[in-house]
Design a protein around this ligand. Structure first.
Ligand SMILES: Nc1ncnc2c1ncn2[C@@H]1O[C@H](COP(=O)(O)OP(=O)(O)OP(=O)(O)O)[C@@H](O)[C@H]1O
Length: 241
């Protein structure tokens, strides 16, 4: 059986004259946490947004569970969820109304709605503030709410753009624990981060991306061994120097 859930092949993306992606290829295996790591502007968000069907690539292909993204975008939308880097809309809804809205959107049958919301409340962990508007939440609370939305349906693949960006140690830790819990229950994860030290602990495999190109792919330990480095930051430094 094919244990690859996502195949990204030679993706290119130009924004006008800017070549954001110059031929990005990688595969995500079923049940793994795969991280795209690289500095600001490397092309992480662009890659994730293409996989999430929110952006059209200039060239290249994406295959999700054997379905081609261009021919079957609906298959991809059914099987994935996307946690954006920024919160954006919904600030005037209460946290609970936001979750209800999303649960209704994804539910195939009425019973699913309650199950999704129950799961989401466990993830956010601040039940008492769910009746407040999202616009009054701290950064950490907003991040947890969006993560709850991305994981409550137990998607086949969760795409998480900088899930712990701007969060304190405890909030980051909690978010990492939630991600691991859902992976144990069968969710595969593709995430991005520029925090290479954190990713070392969280990911099964990483792709190091810089300037629109993937420089290395492998298990964190294998990469550290290969470059005689103590951590992934050092691996990155050796790769770009
Ligand atoms: N809408 C856009 N229009 C023009 N250029 C863009 C647009 N979005 C991204 N870019 C450019 O594409 C390149 C890759 O950006 P991208 O946001 O994918 O990087 P990133 O790795 O996610 O960075 P960060 O860690 O800062 O979020 C950058 O040079 C960026 O300026």
């Amino acid at each position: 059986m094919d244990n690859i859930i996502l195949r990204v092949n030679n993706l290119r993306k130009n924004y006008g004259k800017i070549e954001a992606l110059k031929g990005v290829s990688f595969e995500v295996k079923k049940g793994e946490i795969f991280a795209l790591i690289g500095p600001n502007g490397a092309g992480k968000t662009t890659t994730l947004r293409i996989v999430a069907t929110l952006l059209t690539p200039t060239d290249g292909s994406v295959e999700f569970m054997g379905f081609d993204l261009r021919k079957n975008p609906d298959k991809i939308r059914q099987g994935i969820t996307y946690l954006p880097e920024e919160a954006g809309a919904y600030k005037n809804l209460t946290g609970l109304d936001y979750l209800k809205f999303m649960a209704n959107f994804y539910a195939e049958k009425p019973q699913d709605v309650d199950m999704y919301i129950e799961r989401a409340i466990k993830i956010v962990g601040f039940k008492d503030r769910l009746k407040d508007k999202v616009g009054t939440y701290s950064k950490g609370m907003t991040r947890k709410l969006l993560l709850a939305r991305a994981l409550m349906t137990k998607p086949k693949l969760a795409i998480l753009d900088e899930p712990t960006s701007g969060l304190d140690v405890i909030n980051s830790l909690e978010i990492r624990e939630v991600i691991r819990e859902f992976v144990k229950e069968g969710v595969s994860v593709l995430l991005s981060s520029h925090n290479m030290l954190e990713i070392d602990f969280l990911s099964d495999r990483v792709a190091i991306i810089n300037n629109g190109q993937i420089l290395e792919i492998g298990e964190p330990k294998a990469l550290k061994d290969k470059y005689s480095a103590d951590n992934l930051e050092e691996v990155f430094r050796r790769l770009v120097q």
